[in-house]
Design a protein around this ligand. Sequence first.
Ligand code: NAP
Length: 346
Amino acid sequence: MPGFGDIRQFMIGQAFGSTYIPQNADFTGKTIAITGATAGIGLECAKHLARLNVHTLILGCRNLERGKTAKNIIINQPKSKILTSIEVWEVDLANFSSVISFAKRIQQFPRLDAFISNAGIEPMIFQLAEDIEMTLTVNVVSTMLLNIMVLPKLRETSTKYASPTTLTTVGSSVHIFGLTENLLDNLHNKSKDTFDILSDQNTADLGGPDAAMSPRYALSKTILHALLGRLATKASRKDQEVIVNWVNPGWCESEISRHKNAPSLSTKISIALLRRTAEQGSRELINAILIGKESNGCYLSECSIKPESAFLRSKDGQQFADQLWRELMSRFEKLSPEPNSILAQQ
Ligand SMILES: NC(=O)c1ccc[n+]([C@@H]2O[C@H](COP(=O)([O-])OP(=O)(O)OC[C@H]3O[C@@H](n4cnc5c(N)ncnc54)[C@H](OP(=O)(O)O)[C@@H]3O)[C@@H](O)[C@H]2O)c1
């Protein structure tokens, strides 16, 4: 149920917006980690980071072989001399222990100037991972777990080098389509946890048998944006400044639609007219880690700060975000004491 302003921003941004790498962008001496860099937008972003002299690049990949292939692609970019040290580390966002192990490895690393939570999925079948519907496990719950667990290293690096560090998460402009009237009705049944409601096929509102799973990806991004807004208010400490922002790369050519049916004629026409390349989309991620303090707590699209959906800005949307945050934190509490204690640290 997007409003007129939401649709206008969505259409104009995709059709006429442009993306760019800021002039003089340079990451000399920096360490940056990114998830989902084996394909699509993440791989293109990693290629830019290496070309822009990042000292150490950590690729968080669920498949190490694909990670090593990505490393070779990054190193062997034509017409570039790449001096970056590239590490390929395993992380599967469908598995909480894998996420925690990866985050602990980051905590042991000497520095972390930026973390880019990019990995995401758009599955077409309903399946559970960690007792939660898989799109939500990967795009939301594990992404937030990882984001919280890398905060200590981002804070420490900020203090050590007297410079803010950045936590950028890849969201989407389709967050405006995430919540339907049906779903909101189901969620008003507050006796049950939102993630449980959305992980039960009877209450998940997957759009009916013919549209199975189609609304879920957008919903995962609505929930992600809502939670990131809450995280942004809790990430920094005195002298430990961590900028939390989230970014829409735009509708891009990538492997994300690998589970969808072949596109219809009208989709093919839209693709030809509107879709960006993954490289064009990846510039938004580079911009997000460079844009600076004014972007803390903000949604970015077309390389500038943009308003969230009317729903997320509304009173109902704010209550929804508060409720999700409480539910997420109580879920994490059962998993490990660390996320809550990281957020409680003064
Ligand atoms: N493409 C678009 O139009 C678009 C628009 C808005 C937002 N986005 C967002 O952009 C981000 C990147 O997507 P993309 O379009 O570049 O898609 P993509 O080409 O499918 O790449 C997704 C990346 O995520 C990784 N990944 C998937 N599941 C994972 C898991 N369980 N654990 C760890 N890594 C996992 C994939 O690894 P494997 O190689 O192992 O599969 C791959 O590296 C996503 O967050 C997506 O939602 C995309």
